[in-house]
Design a protein around this ligand. Sequence first.
Ligand SMILES: Nc1ncnc2c1ncn2[C@@H]1O[C@H](COP(=O)(O)OP(=O)(O)O)[C@@H](O)[C@H]1O
Ligand SMILES: [Mg+2]
Length: 602
Amino acid sequence: MYVNFRPTEAPHTERKDLHNIKRMLPFLWSYRGRVLFALLSLMLAKFATVGVPLVLKEIVDQLDLVLKNPQSIGMVLPLGLLLGYGSLRLVNVMFSELRDAVFARVRYRAMRDISTKVVKHLYDLSLNFHLDRRTGGISRDLERGTRSLSSILNYLTFNIIPTLIEFALVAIILFSQYDPHFALITFGTVTIYIIYTMAVTEWRMHFRHEMNAYDSRASSQAVDGLINYETVKYFNNEHYEINRYNETLSQWEDSAVKSTSSMALLNFGQGAIIALGVMVIMIYAAQGVLDGDMSLGDLVLVNAMMLQLFIPLGFLGIIYRSMKHAMADMDLMFKLLDTQPEIQDSDQAKPLVVTDAVVKFDHVDFSYHADRQILHDVSLIIPSGQKIAVVGPSGAGKSTLARLLFRFYDVTGGSITVDDQDLRQVSQVSLREAIGIVPQDTVLFNDTIYHNIQYAHPTATDEDVRQAARLANIHQFIEQLPDGYDTVVGERGLKLSGGEKQRVAIARVILKNPRILVFDEATSSLDSHSEQVILASLKEVAEQHTTLVIAHRLSTIVDADQILVMDQGRIVEQGTHQQLIESKGVYANLWEIQKEQQAEEE
Ligand SMILES: Nc1ncnc2c1ncn2[C@@H]1O[C@H](COP(=O)(O)OP(=O)(O)O)[C@@H](O)[C@H]1O
Ligand SMILES: [Mg+2]
């Protein structure tokens, strides 16, 4: 069985980590004062940290001196030094906390800015991009991306930079004050410690990834099964689902155990290296004291300094792993930001000026993917205020016409114009402003019915919303619901029937009141009776509007000014209802069939 590793485990080489970190900087720039202040606090805190062993040494030496010559000096406490010792610890804590507090704003603002930027970019990207990706995947990348930004900032300011500063200070003290052995042993131990930690972490990261992969697979199996609850029950497949879930969990369990036990190994190894290093340095220091080269205070100092150095290194394994992930996540996020929308406003894009609202498809060819052409040489004109109907079998390319008119895609051949303005030359916002659609599959926001209708026109008044609902023949239905207009429609609008959803969509379009209307099988989910009622109101709405009606039930479009019959991406017949019946072609055939069906129904 294959394990679907997270994309974050992409090889390190493909990424541009340094470049990505540079791209992060502008997000910090707006708060450069705070950043500087935080860095300053960080330096001061570190000076205090390194000062502690120095003062400790002085205290020990003073006490030693006092004990050796009690008569001449007198048994007094080195109060000044003790006070200094305490103050240094206080200063350390104070500046560390100050740094956190000051930096918090920077960090969260950077997260907010980048999240907004990514989401805006996602809206700019084309429909094609979104159809190709699962929304869950996108929101995961977004979340991980912003979190990575935060963790990288965190680790840099709270761990990596302070530790480097501390190393530098300790190196200066050891090299200037003591035998080079001490510095060599200290940094030798640190080096071994770092190499060991990275190597073991690298090795055990594999278990961790495996564990995460199984974990997300298990949860997606559980969620997928539960989402399809009804289907699972229809087929009595509970056991199958549970077994699958349990099997994945058992693999998860194995990886989790390996991950934890390898962690124990890592910790033990780290402890052993420190113990060994400290022992060696103590042997040298003790020898130095016996030889008279060093005081007792010096021994305390090298010991304290070395142990202190390892405190931040204790998190090295976690930081190494998190930084690697964060870098990968950030890379994914920046790659997402670099994705160019396929559909963009041209540089000279002007707002669409609608005068007569004449829509024209001129020899349009189109394919979603290069290897399969969907539309072939489609030409049609919807004259101002007229109603053109398109009929044809499922998959003929009817809905594609509507998507092209909205410019979700660009035509591959020919052109589409509104009042002689090519869609590619006008701004997308102005184009979509001018067109309203009742789509084939209406999806609603999981909010109130009121919100869903008002969505077309967020500043519409209560009365406007109700009037639109009345015209769409759904007002009565809404009024008799216990919560009325405040009824929440459920995820994707699932708590409403298909027909109810379609009527909400119709109400929406009525409220938007654009010059050009598209009804894509707008009444397909309605029974004949509701259909007739709505058709009447649609007719009222469509009056004075240029209208494209895509229909499957021919009875709904007999009054159209022109009817186009589409098949396999081509217009095969064209004329008024009467003309098409008389020419006895595809349309006449369909008409006969549907008439018989209707007769049977009745
Ligand atoms: N995003 C897409 N990518 C690839 N093919 C698509 C896409 N959307 C629709 N198609 C294909 O285009 C053809 C026409 O689809 P459509 O216009 O929805 O037909 P209909 O006439 O039923 O409304 C269908 O064969 C469909 O499979
Ligand atoms: Mg369709």
